[in-house]
Design a protein around this ligand. Structure first.
Ligand SMILES: Cc1cc2nc3c(=O)[nH]c(=O)nc-3n(C[C@H](O)[C@H](O)[C@H](O)COP(=O)(O)OP(=O)(O)OC[C@H]3O[C@@H](n4cnc5c(N)ncnc54)[C@H](O)[C@@H]3O)c2cc1C
Ligand SMILES: *[C@@H]1O[C@H](CO)[C@@H](O)[C@H](O)[C@H]1NC(C)=O
Ligand SMILES: *[C@@H]1O[C@H](CO)[C@@H](O)[C@H](O)[C@H]1NC(C)=O
Ligand SMILES: *[C@@H]1O[C@H](CO)[C@@H](O)[C@H](O)[C@H]1NC(C)=O
Ligand SMILES: *[C@@H]1O[C@H](CO)[C@@H](O)[C@H](O)[C@H]1NC(C)=O
Ligand SMILES: *[C@@H]1O[C@H](CO)[C@@H](O)[C@H](O)[C@H]1NC(C)=O
Length: 537
């Protein structure tokens, strides 16, 4: 992380802008040949920063560089977005210094290229690295330093760092501190935190965004801003409203949360014959209200045409206290001591990612792609009213018909119900019993299979309508989903068109996001298919 003395002063930035304006005015080729203009802009001496390990042109890949495809594909996590006809960027910039991010923004804007910003590349719709209009990819994975300060109880995290790198680093410093964030070590903090970030500590500590206390961002004019200089409205917006509508996140400062030296996990499955309908019915009453140290997720899947529900739990305490809590509140599950495994928090992050017990923490740094997730599509829903036993039975039947769809139900309550709806752009707080995630994954590179699977997912989503939130049917912003409304790649300046998806993701917070956008990016440079548009001038 560069020290503040190495940043360009406002004066040097101003002169850069001036020089570029002159370049633009003098250059009759700028529209005829935006490509040449883009390269000329990047080569400008103004971007030569003595503290940058390489110049911005040394961090630039075009199709002429032999490693262009390798860099492009490195963080494509879903092969649906890596097909022969997938549009490619005209250039990729992998920044090694903040000035490279500034150059990427200023030069893309001046050349009229769109900018797509990628950190971990997990976007469920590929919005971070695909566009139908000519675009530059700013690939942040190179800015990934993490500084943990146990005394202050904070971590300074560059946006290209992954959750796994962060969990590992925290655990190296302390066994009683943790990060409130999600499951899956290769997810990037750039997208995950700016989109909300939920995980199995949320009932006790809320979302990732509820623990972010500062951030550094580069705005549309190339200014580097922190919480103080960006203002509380922009700092509010990037904690759940998405980074990519507002600027490029360079880093986050996050509060660490406290955990005991040993947590307890369990994973038990139950079938119809074992009374799973009654158990899931009871779970809806128990899981959102039980002690906030306990998070019990459900995973529903079909094996040999039979529904199986797995109860996967994280408990911030030891086995004996967990067993007495379960005996008092949920004896029907029949949890026994032998189902429970105690381990340090960091190991539990691996357990949740389905690594076998005993896997060393270094696995968090391992970034290989999961072959089972070759092709995938996901959706989300929120449930505010308990689903009846009859309703559950109809869902089991639909699930059997839906073959390979997996549903996860994650309970809310605790801290999630205490934080006001308007505290961050994430609006799904009090009143939500649980969130549903739907997943379908497949291995075959065939249009027919893809269409079949997408239809299965859409069909169960439609089937679930009576059981989930209405007007709007809410959706989790970190689970981007084109089906719930999207704009063309060049984005929209039409607030009413954007409200179709905006109300589902943000409810009444959408209007405030539009206000912030109008202040910080009135020309709508930062845009994508589900971005926040500004009010027109
Ligand atoms: C296997 C898997 C498991 C998941 N588990 C969870 C979970 O447990 N909890 C949860 O909340 N979510 C989960 N998600 C969703 C995940 O949080 C989102 O997909 C998130 O947006 C991914 O962030 P990323 O940086 O990896 O993605 P990217 O594709 O790089 O980016 C996602 C979005 O953020 C923008 N963005 C990225 N970096 C920046 C930046 N530096 N500045 C500005 N904008 C930026 C992109 O432009 C894009 O719009 C999961 C996803 C997958 C694929
Ligand atoms: C890509 O190729 C150009 C021209 O040969 C070179 O200047 C640049 O450094 C290369 N990029 C990287 C990241 O190696
Ligand atoms: C730790 O906190 C102190 C007091 O708030 C502050 O002055 C210092 O800069 C912090 N250090 C880091 C590394 O954040
Ligand atoms: C269900 O649990 C049993 C007993 O713990 C285990 O043996 C079995 O592998 C589990 N089934 C699946 C499909 O996970
Ligand atoms: C937890 O992780 C440590 C460090 O990597 C490892 O040695 C240990 O075996 C793990 N323990 C459990 C119970 O998973
Ligand atoms: C955006 O794209 C749409 C559809 O591709 C097109 O009709 C429209 O003219 C474009 N708008 C701008 C401002 O480029």
């Amino acid at each position: 992380m560069a020290t503040s003395s190495s940043l360009p002063s406002p004066f040097s930035l101003l002169s850069t802008l001036l020089a570029l304006t002159i370049l633009l005015l003098q250059s009759p080729v700028s529209h005829a040949n935006p490509d040449a203009y883009f390269h000329a802009c990047l080569s400008n001496n103004r971007w030569k920063n003595p503290s940058a390990p390489v110049s911005v042109t040394g961090a630039l890949y075009t199709r002429h560089n032999s490693s262009f495809s390798y860099i492009l594909n490195l963080h494509i996590r879903n092969k649906r977005f890596n097909r022969p006809n997938t549009p490619e960027p005209i250039a990729i910039i992998t920044p090694f210094h903040e000035s490279h991010v500034q150059a990427a923004i200023i030069c893309s804007k001046a050349s009229k290229f769109q900018l797509r910003i990628r950190s971990g590349g997990h976007d469920y719709e590929g919005f971070s690295f695909i566009s139908d209009v000519p675009f530059v990819l700013l690939d942040m994975y190179t800015l990934k330093s993490i500084h943990v300060n146990i005394q202050n109880g904070t971590a300074l995290i560059e946006a290209g760092a992954t959750l796994g790198q962060l969990y590992y680093k925290v655990a190296r410093n302390s066994n009683v501190h943790a990060i409130a964030a999600g499951v899956c070590p290769s997810v990037g903090t750039g997208g995950h935190f700016s989109g909300g970030g939920y995980g199995n500590l949320m009932r006790k500590y809320g979302l990732s965004v509820d623990n972010i206390i500062d951030a550094k961002i580069v705005d549309v004019n190339g200014n580097i801003l922190d919480r103080k200089s960006m203002g509380e409205d922009l700092f509010w917006a990037i904690r759940g409203g998405g980074g990519a509508s507002f600027g490029v996140i360079l880093s986050w400062t996050m509060k660490l949360v406290e955990v005991p030296p040993l947590v307890t996990v369990f994973k038990v499955n139950r079938t119809l014959e074992q009374g799973v309908t009654d158990l899931v019915y009871k779970w809806q009453h128990v899981a959102p209200k039980i002690d906030r140290d306990l998070f019990i997720r459900l995973q529903h899947e079909v094996h040999h045409k039979r529904v199986q529900v797995t109860f996967i739990a994280e408990f911030l305490g030891r086995t004996d206290r967990l067993l007495s809590l379960m005996k008092k509140n949920f004896p029907e599950l029949g949890l026994t001591e032998s189902d429970c495994v105690e381990m340090p928090w960091v190991n539990s992050t691996l357990f949740y990612s389905e690594y076998p017990i005993g896997t060393p923490a270094e696995a968090l740094l391992f970034e290989a792609k999961d072959p089972a997730w070759s092709y995938s599509k996901s959706k989300s829903d929120y449930v505010k009213n308990v689903i009846s036993k009859k309703g559950l039975q109809s869902i089991w039947n639909k699930l059997i018909e839906s073959e390979i769809i997996i549903m996860q139900w994650s309970p809310y309550g605790g801290r999630m119900w205490e934080i006001p709806t308007s505290a961050t752009p994430f609006p799904h707080r009090a009143g939500n019993l649980f969130k549903i995630s739907y997943y379908i994954t497949w291995l075959q590179d065939e249009e027919r299979v893809a269409n079949h699977n997408l239809n299965l997912l859409r069909s169960i989503y439609k089937f679930m309508t009576p059981f989930v939130s209405k007007s709007p049917r809410e959706a989790f912003f970190n689970y981007r989903d084109r089906d719930i409304g999207a704009c063309p790649s060049n984005g929209t300046t039409n607030v009413d068109a954007a409200r179709i998806y905006g109300a589902k993701f943000f409810r009444e917070n959408f209007d405030r996001l539009v206000q912030v956008k109008t202040r910080v990016d009135p020309e709508n440079f930062f845009r994508y298919e589900q971005s926040i548009p500004p009010h027109k001038g």
